[in-house]
Design a protein around this ligand. Structure first.
Ligand code: ADP
Ligand code: MN
Length: 260
């Protein structure tokens, strides 16, 4: 009918706009129709107004900047805020590996083995993990919306560019930074979460504030490997801060994180 035709036309225009966007040239060719549809839904729901350029091309997902819509402005309390959009590639994703991280998570029982379903559950998990971390008092990007393989969150950075990873900066006060990280790890653990990929690559510094990112693989303490993952996180974090001159071992950090 007419309304459906009009809707299709608007969707085609939207897709064309992305395809014509110079900074998205490469990306536009990898978005499949379902991803366009998810982006379009996020626009219609008021989370996103316009897509910006890429800020990261990863193994499983790409991250873009975008202009947030009214919904994003309301939640973030800013006029026309910039947001970050993480788009998972259904086909590039190693979904077998992803499945292993969903095991034993009571929030995602009964997930099928279809690739797209696993990836979609993964993205919902990342959103839920961000929410849980936030409520536990851990500074993470504010999770705004999730649609299929696309996650919209607060953008951490300035107009000049995304916030630098801990690995990319000269840490000015490593002792303070270490104490913040260890406290965040403890709060996460108390909230029943283990990050699972915590290192100087998944923490950024913005306005002197340390922000933990990339919580897709974070598992609940019910996961059969939760303890191993936490021990590994502790080793990675301790190794980084040791190189910054802090006297700490992975075991000491682990004790701090799990002690009540
Ligand atoms: P990956 O699985 O590819 O490591 P990440 O979530 O770590 O995915 O994102 C990749 C990179 O994109 C990060 O290292 C960071 O530089 C940037 N990034 C991710 N999320 C945000 C955000 N909310 N704001 C600003 N930059 C971000
Ligand atoms: Mn990462």
């Amino acid at each position: 009918d007419r309304i459906a035709r009009k809707r299709d036309r608007k969707f085609d225009q939207f897709r064309k706009r992305i395809k014509d966007n110079e900074s998205l040239k490469v990306e536009a060719s990898v978005f499949d129709d379902a991803t366009y549809a998810a982006l379009y839904k996020l626009v219609q729901d008021g989370w996103v107004d316009a897509l910006g350029g890429p800020i990261s091309t990863g193994k499983e997902a790409n991250v873009y900047t975008a202009l947030g819509g009214d919904g994003a402005a309301d939640v973030l309390g800013a006029d026309a805020p910039e947001v970050a959009i993480k788009v998972y590639r259904i086909n590039a994703s190693d979904f077998r590996d992803m499945r292993d991280y969903l095991v034993g998570d009571p929030r995602f029982e009964g997930i099928g083995s279809k690739k797209s379903q696993v990836v979609i559950a993964w993205v919902r998990k990342e959103y839920a993990n961000l929410q849980r971390a936030r409520r536990a008092g851990v500074r993470v990007p504010y999770p705004l919306a999730v649609e299929r393989n696309v996650l919209v969150m607060e953008y951490i950075g300035a107009e000049e560019g995304r916030a630098k990873r801990l690995a990319e900066v000269n840490v000015e006060n490593p002792q303070t930074a270490y104490e913040v990280v260890r406290e965040y790890m403890r709060r996460l653990h108390t909230a029943g979460l283990v990050h699972g990929d915590l290192s100087e690559y998944n923490m950024v510094i913005h306005d002197g504030e340390l922000v933990v990112i990339d919580l897709g693989q974070a598992v609940t303490v019910h996961h059969p490997n939760a303890r191993d993952f936490l021990e590994r996180d502790c080793r990675n974090v301790a190794a980084f801060f040791s190189r910054q001159g802090i006297d700490v071992t992975g075991d000491e950090l682990y004790e701090f994180v799990v002690e009540d």
